[in-house]
Design a protein around this ligand. Sequence first.
Ligand SMILES: C[S@@+](CC[C@H](N)C(=O)[O-])C[C@H]1O[C@@H](n2cnc3c(N)ncnc32)[C@H](O)[C@@H]1O
Length: 159
Amino acid sequence: MPLHIALYQPEIPANTGNIARTCAGTHTSLHLIRPLGFSTDDKMLKRAGLDYWAHVDIHYHDDLDAFIAHTESQNAKVYLIETYSDVPFSEHDFSHQEQDIYFLFGRETTGLPQEFAQARAQDCLRIPQSEHIRSLNLSNSAAIVIYEALRQQGYPNLA
Ligand SMILES: C[S@@+](CC[C@H](N)C(=O)[O-])C[C@H]1O[C@@H](n2cnc3c(N)ncnc32)[C@H](O)[C@@H]1O
């Protein structure tokens, strides 16, 4: 079953552009949870040279509740990827392909809402990093996690 990347209220178009490119290159769906800090109209996309945008399976959700309702309707598994977890993401098993898997990432400046993440602490995963930075770049984080899931699944339909 497909893998999905979800971005909670992304603010920086270059990050979403990088992640969209990773999605187009890996058959991963992209979910954007509003409000967005930028426009995704045709003019913006053309100006940014995002010519792969047509290959991105993109979905918009009005807010976090609408996104969670969507995942529940699919009986999907949602993992929260956040700095304040202490469970290393790569210790998790993403190889089960019978269920859709969503990786939910937080906003560039403030991450995921803390209360929301605390209520789902058992599904919250961290990418190990040093103490010299507060966090990794959002688009790098998404690439790291999706490629670990793809590695565990044997890179389905990728050459
Ligand atoms: C630039 S970070 C900012 C959020 C962070 N909590 C903060 O306020 O310092 C944006 C998003 O990238 C992801 N991220 C960055 N570094 C991460 C890490 N080491 N482990 C897990 N997720 C990370 C998370 O999804 C996070 O919400």
